[in-house]
Design a protein around this ligand. Structure first.
Ligand SMILES: *Cc1c(COP(=O)(O)O)cnc(C)c1O
Length: 502
């Protein structure tokens, strides 16, 4: 039965529940299962299935040790009353296909959840999955979730885990490198079990430090004495990845219902990418039988994935740019390790070697045949800051549809790349509400931007006839509860201190 093990070794296997509880393998690798693709989802009957039913099917296939009742309960709790649309992830047609080639194009809106970014889809689910892992460990053990965020994971994780029984959560964000709205979303978070802290450094520094905290055996031993275990809500956790697979099927089901495609037609997905979690879920969906012509990685100016997919060399030694799409300002794309594992046909030694090179030398190169296999499935493109602004503007002019700067990277890439052969429809994953980034979006539309971001929201609302999500507009009235800022070196002690309050 679909056991999980590290991408870097098969020595230790565990159940899906244990993989979710632990977050990351002891050797620093990510949990993967060789059963991926053994269970497929029936495409012929997709059109008849709503989001909840699809979610139950996909979760059951990938998390085989959860009972049907457990999965049904998780799905009902995560997706009832939490998302604005009954579709959970609604699909919206664009009036004019971006670029010259005319394949009908749709936007999959993933931002209707409580924090207005796509991460809600997974982070409304993860705490529910985590709460049912108890039989995998000692019963009174408590979990401290430790997460580094480039902007959106933090708030979505806080919203999911605040006051969750048996759990605490500590979130680190790069100080000064998230948008004002993102910052306020986190610093106003209520809950007795939450800690939010700025870090002097960028996201990669914070993420690397969090990985070191997880690998610190002495710290783990000290915490274990107090009955606490660390876990991760970052997209390296299997429990983050699996719920994201669902919306690829949900998009296809909606295309079928709209009559835009016939069952079996191939669809191309374009995904604004940072840590490679969202798009990797598309790869899982493809392995599970979804007809996907190509998965297109859309990067911002931090185009390390574009370079990797075009040359086969991953090199993180490069300038880091702070852009208007902060959640994609990432140079170490953690989930790529899972793709490497599958593209190497499960060669753990090769993956371990590549990851060691990345850690020690800052770069690695994959064998040519492996790159070729990856490129059969993945396309790529990227947008610089001017192109992002132009894409927001053109999307509005052509479709009267407002997109955020992350989604705009994808829009730009769709304009640049012709559709893959055999593509019946293209789907752009929209990862955030434009109101999370009102200044960048209003600026791109040529609107006057007052100094205050909330005034920018009003300007954007009036000019486009759209409405800011209530949970963002009300942030300006909320008291700031978290003001801590630490150096990278102090993160470990910060976690230990937060844990002592659990
Ligand atoms: C996290 C995030 C991304 C990148 O997703 P990955 O899974 O890290 O590739 C893109 N856009 C937004 C708005 C995000 O919050």
């Amino acid at each position: 039965m679909g056991l999980y093990h590290s991408t870097r070794s098969r020595d230790i296997t565990c159940t899906a529940k244990q993989a979710i509880r632990r977050g990351i393998a002891d050797d620093g690798g990510l949990f993967v299962s060789d059963a991926l693709g053994d269970v497929t989802i029936d495409i012929e009957t997709l059109a008849d299935k709503g989001y909840h039913e699809l979610a139950r099917e996909v979760l059951a296939a990938l998390l085989p040790d959860y009972t049907a009742d457990e999965i049904a309960a998780c799905v009902a709790e995560a997706y009832t009353g939490t998302f604005a649309s009954t579709e959970v992830t609604p699909l919206v047609p664009l009036a004019k296909a971006p670029g010259a080639d005319g394949a009908p194009t749709f936007v999959l809106e993933l931002f209707d959840g409580p924090t207005s970014a796509f991460k809600d889809v997974a982070l409304q689910m993860l705490p529910r999955l985590m709460a049912r892992t108890g039989d995998a460990g000692t019963t009174d053990e408590r979990i401290m979730i430790v997460t580094a965020t480039s902007g959106d994971t933090g708030k979505a994780a806080l919203a999911g885990f605040a006051d969750a029984p048996g759990c605490g959560i500590t979130v680190f964000y790069p100080e000064g490198k998230v948008s004002r709205v993102q910052n306020l979303q986190m610093s106003t978070q209520e809950g007795a079990n939450v800690a939010v802290c700025g870090v002097r450094g960028n996201f990669d520094d914070a993420q690397s430090a969090v990985k070191r905290i997880f690998a610190d055996r002495e710290l783990a031993a000290r915490l274990a004495e107090h009955g606490v275990m660390l876990s991760s809500a970052n997209s390296i956790n299997v429990g983050r990845l699996v719920p994201q697979v669902v919306y690829y099927f949900a998009a296809y089901a909606q295309l079928l219902r709209a009559g835009a495609i016939q069952a079996g037609d191939a669809v191309e997905f374009c995904v604004p990418t940072g840590n490679f979690g969202d798009i990797l879920a598309g790869y899982y969906a493809r392995r599970m039988g979804l007809p996907v012509s190509r998965l297109v990685v859309a990067s911002d100016k931090n185009n390390v994935l574009f370079d990797f997919l075009t040359t086969g060399t991953y090199d993180r030694d490069r300038p880091f740019y702070t852009t208007t799409s902060p959640s994609m300002d990432i140079l170490i794309s953690s989930n790529l390790e899972r793709l490497l594992y599958y593209a190497a046909d499960g060669d753990c030694e090769l993956v371990a070697d590549l990851m060691e090179r990345l850690a020690n030398e800052g770069a690695y190169a994959v064998p040519d045949d492996m790159l070729a296999r990856i490129r059969e499935v993945f396309g790529c493109g990227w947008a610089d800051e001017d192109e992002v602004a132009a894409a927001i503007r053109r999307c509005w002019d052509d479709n009267a549809y407002v997109i955020d700067p992350h989604t705009a990277c994808g829009y730009h890439v769709l304009e640049q790349l012709p559709a893959a052969p055999g593509t019946a429809a293209r789907v752009l994953l929209s990862t955030a509400s434009p109101y999370k980034f009102p200044r960048a979006v209003a600026g791109a539309l040529g609107l006057f931007c007052p100094p205050d971001d909330f005034a920018c929201m009003d300007v954007l609302a009036k000019a486009t006839g759209t409405t800011p999500p209530a949970q963002l507009a009300e942030l300006q009235e909320k008291p700031v509860l978290h003001t801590d800022v630490v150096d990278i070196d102090a993160m470990s002690a910060y976690v230990e201190n937060a844990t002592s309050r659990l």
